[in-house]
Design a protein around this ligand. Structure first.
Ligand code: GUN
Length: 280
């Protein structure tokens, strides 16, 4: 058996094209969705991420406001900028790129963002809303994974879903979203015993462990859907995922590649959240 490759590049493009149509419809009603992107300091990776987010705004027709602050910005100054954006009715979504410099408490900043503008879905209010099934913004990477599964025609209902990793950005919200789709959810982490025995039971495996090609065919159930959230480097420094794609493809029914799987979905879902913020 050879798995079908889930094309995240194509699916994310489809979503951005759908968003583009929705933005044009909002514009016709006099609503101009606008995302404010706040970047503090000069972390090169963050600059690349932010540039890609702004490019996606341009593509979909979402207005963007860039706020670049120096690395020595004080916490209070950043909190004030967030409050200004909260109060600005022309701004629908606010994104503060992480990580922040060490003098700034990230939790405090995330908490300061108006939950109705929290398009990253990181604030405790957004996380709480998601957990009890209220409408709110979903964290973009896990929300993108749900779209990848859904658009591949796979039902989550009643499936045995195993997530490896319990971060606030991926593992935990992933568990809530799969539960909302009526999956039976297991979350594994660094203290989990017999990890590979558990992954072998998974109908849907979400690997977010951060170890290059950690999972191979023998860790995967026949016919499983394998979602690889890893962004790792192999021994030659080449980008790879948490799953050995060639090996796992022999057992899986569907599998996401790295790159071109989960990665492109995050920004597409951010665009979707911006439209939702403007629609409300
Ligand atoms: N840093 C790495 N990924 C993200 C993300 O999705 N959102 C924000 N705000 N910062 C990040």
């Amino acid at each position: 058996m050879s798995a079908e490759r889930i094309d995240g590049k194509k699916i994310s493009q489809d979503i951005k094209d759908e968003v583009k149509v929705e933005v044009a419809e909002l514009n016709a009603r006099g609503i101009y969705p606008c995302l404010a992107v706040v970047l503090v300091g000069d972390d090169p990776a963050s600059h690349v991420y932010v540039r890609n987010k702004i490019k996606a705004c341009e593509y979909t027709g979402i207005k963007s406001v860039s706020i670049n602050l120096p690395a020595d910005t004080e916490e209070n100054e950043l909190l004030e900028r967030v409050q200004e954006l909260n109060a600005d009715p022309s701004v629908h979504g606010i994104l503060v790129q992480l990580p922040l410099p060490p003098q700034i408490d990230e939790d405090k900043v995330i908490n300061a963002i108006d939950p109705d503008k929290d398009v990253d879905g990181f604030s405790p209010i957004s996380v709480g809303r998601l957990s009890i099934g209220l409408p709110g913004f979903k964290s973009c990477t896990p929300a993108g994974i749900i779209e990848l599964i859904r658009r591949s025609g796979v039902s989550i209902d009643g499936k045995n879903c195993v997530i490896v990793g319990r971060s606030n950005i991926v593992g935990k919200p992933m568990a809530m979203l799969l539960l909302r789709e009526n999956g039976t959810v297991t979350v594994c982490h660094s203290h989990t015993k017999n990890l590979r025995e558990i992954t072998r039971q998974a109908d849907i495996l979400v690997a977010a462990i951060g170890k290059p090609e950690f999972f191979t065919a023998c860790d995967i159930k026949d016919g499983a859907v394998v979602i690889d959230v890893g962004m790792d480097r192999d021994e030659n420094g080449k980008l790879c995922g948490d799953v050995d794609f060639e090996s796992a493809s022999q057992k899986a029914s569907y599998i996401t590649p790295v790159p071109g799987g989960v990665g492109p979905m995050t920004i597409a879902m951010l665009m979707k959240n911006c439209v939702e913020a403007a629609t409300r």
